[in-house]
Design a protein around this ligand. Structure first.
Ligand code: ADP
Ligand code: ADP
Ligand code: ADP
Length: 214
């Protein structure tokens, strides 16, 4: 399957993507995680991306699209993928369509995770991620690690993302409404959008997602 996951920051895209990817046996491709991996390796791409991310803005399309294409061209993505955080505006969606057309493949669904703003703000405020792999995500009260500050999966140190500060979150929510939400209409016109509520326990949301993707 080829799936795009959309939803506001903090809706639980990464959390659900990890679980769905496992169940559906497709790689989870998160542009946010790819940028953070570049930042921790201190690559040129990481240095460029960090300034945009810390301000809560989108990283420029040219580098983002190139990075996403590169990742999608890897062998494990041949049979399908779950895109998390890409595309994030209409021009990225158009670039993805172009790529898919060239490859003669199509998206199966765009899964839209819906959550009210007060909930996503609470989720982001308590989010802690692993320094070794930001796909390892916890929450101080909703899904605490077994040992304070230590990743259950790999023992890495847990930290609060620089862009999860209250001020940056406001910008990111605005960017979501103005730049990312329009892709939902773009994909609705293609008949691809399924919307589910991201509220409730993680397992329930996963169940809802799998049902919606049937
Ligand atoms: P996104 O990728 O959409 O920004 P994350 O998957 O990183 O969202 O989740 C944001 C925060 O909310 C994390 O701390 C995560 O542990 C927590 N979280 C995710 N899903 C739920 C849920 N269903 N209920 C409560 N907290 C959740
Ligand atoms: P860990 O053992 O550190 O928890 P896993 O290898 O189990 O990590 O992978 C964690 C998540 O990342 C899984 O949901 C999996 O689908 C996804 N994943 C696996 N390989 C890749 C890859 N090459 N690129 C991106 N995501 C991947
Ligand atoms: P969240 O799920 O909490 O919104 P992500 O990890 O998906 O966070 O993204 C973090 C930041 O990485 C974004 O605010 C943005 O600066 C950058 N980013 C991630 N994906 C993209 C993209 N497709 N286009 C541009 N910037 C991106």
């Amino acid at each position: 399957m080829r799936i795009v996951l959309v939803g506001p920051p903090g809706a639980g895209k990464g959390t659900q993507a990890t679980r769905l990817a496992e169940k559906l046996r497709i790689p989870h491709i998160s542009t946010g995680d790819l940028f953070r991996a570049n930042i921790s390796r201190q690559t040129e791409l990481g240095k460029l991306a960090k300034s945009y991310m810390d301000a809560g803005n989108l990283v420029p399309d040219e580098v983002t699209i190139a990075m996403a294409k590169d990742r999608m061209a890897q062998p494990d993505a041949e049979g399908g993928f779950l895109l998390d955080g890409f595309p994030r505006n209409v021009s990225q969606a158009e670039a993805l369509d172009e790529l898919l057309k060239t490859e003669g493949i199509k998206l199966d669904a765009v899964l839209d995770l819906e959550a009210p703003e007060d909930e996503v703000v609470k989720r982001i405020a308590g989010r802690r991620v692993c320094r070794k792999d930001s796909a390892h995500v916890f929450h101080v009260t909703y899904s605490p690690p077994k040992q304070d500050g230590v990743c259950d999966h790999c023992g890495g140190e847990l930290y609060q993302r620089d862009d999860d500060s209250e001020e940056t979150v406001r910008t990111r929510l605005e960017v979501y409404h103005t730049q990312t939400e329009p892709i939902i209409d773009y994909y609705r016109a293609q008949g691809l959008v399924v919307t589910i509520s991201a509220m409730g326990p993680v397992d329930e949301v996963t169940g809802r997602a799998l049902e919606a993707l049937k």
